[in-house]
Design a protein around this ligand. Sequence first.
Ligand SMILES: *Cc1c(COP(=O)(O)O)cnc(C)c1O
Length: 464
Amino acid sequence: MKYISTRGDHDERRFCDILLEGLAPDGGLYLPTQYPQIDAATLQRWRGLAYADLAFEILSLYIDDIPAEDLRVLVRRSYTAEVFGTPEITPLKTLEPGLALEALSNGPTLAFKDMAMQLLGQLFEYELGRRGETLNILGATSGDTGSAAEYAMRGKAGVNVFMLSPNGRMSPFQQAQMFSLQDANIHNLAVEGVFDDCQDIVKAVSNDLDFKRQYRIGTVNSINWARLLAQVVYYFAGYFQATKSNEEQVSFTVPSGNFGNVCAGHVARMMGLPIAKLVVATNENDVLDEFFRTGVYRPRGSADTHETSSPSMDISKASNFERFIADLLGRDGARVKALFTQAGGFVLSAEDKARIADFGFSSGRSTHADRLATIRLCHQQYGQLIDTHTADGLKVALEQREPGTTMLVLETALPAKFAATIREALGLEPPRPAGLENIEALPKRVTVLPADVAQVKVFIQAHV
Ligand SMILES: *Cc1c(COP(=O)(O)O)cnc(C)c1O
């Protein structure tokens, strides 16, 4: 399998080349030249597989520069019941017939980012070891990516992590999770700004090709293709658990921010997984909902980014979105480049907008009041405690589900991570997994910096 940029640079790369890179040199995102098609016999064979073996089958369609026996070891190390709490790895929790949560948040940092990041940690260690190289990972997080990356990379030889987060905007639990890590290779940088400022700094540093090369800068942001690929697996795993035969279709509702999670669903659907609808659920930061309803893509600035009670979705420029637009426009790199380099966003033609439905997408939005109501409803009606992001998903799923098609809502975090809103909704304290009871009291390791590219570079130079 070869990879090309969404913006038309057809210099083909292989998986391990793009594994350690961020954006393509032309500023686009990498995509496989085509999506492998899964026939009925293959789908049937995959139905009975354990999660790690299913992951191996899917990944090996996209990775031809790691020997199969090595890849199998890496996925088996990543997806264990010890790390993810259950043998199913992503078990379904049925709410009522035709409606279930798919649990993606039982990894070490209690959010779905662990699903991809645990594998990425294994892949990075393997590939860097094979090359005898080191890497300095530069990332931006609104909360969950950073901790997932740090827990996946902590203590790994040859890897440093520089993680930018918006100062004071994460929940106390999220801050404690990241800042309490004392590993020498983990660096927490709290930036005075919002998540998009952090992301802009990462992009600016990565676009400085000399700096990037000299300091061996890599990324683990959701634009990383390996992360997206790892996420494709749980769409298949959810489908197999929810259905008895491959004749059935299911729909997924996905709490969305950077469009990474739902983009993996798009890839699964392009491979032939029988997905009826992919429902994009946003919070008040509804740039994606606006796009899927109207065909108008209007990314917002930091000043228009709302701070909400589902903070991991407080994103106004969805970085993976360009991948979907590339597919929507038939991989016309010149048009993709034109749309994503013009200021202020873009408006799809009526013809292009009409084709969105062919890709199964629809959308909805949710507010703080909706989250509270949905957390209450889920607790009272179904006896399940859900977090604020999953609540955004469930709220939209209840509006969009169709009779006869099972709707799976991706559970993207555990309620313990967002306790304040659970208290507000239900007046109770969400349970914490064992060992995390006093995490806020641990000593913190963090440096506060202004939203300034040059100062971030200086910090990196001083710590590699
Ligand atoms: C990251 C995150 C999201 C958004 O996922 P994207 O891939 O950015 O769309 C939703 N919920 C939680 C809990 C997250 O951590």
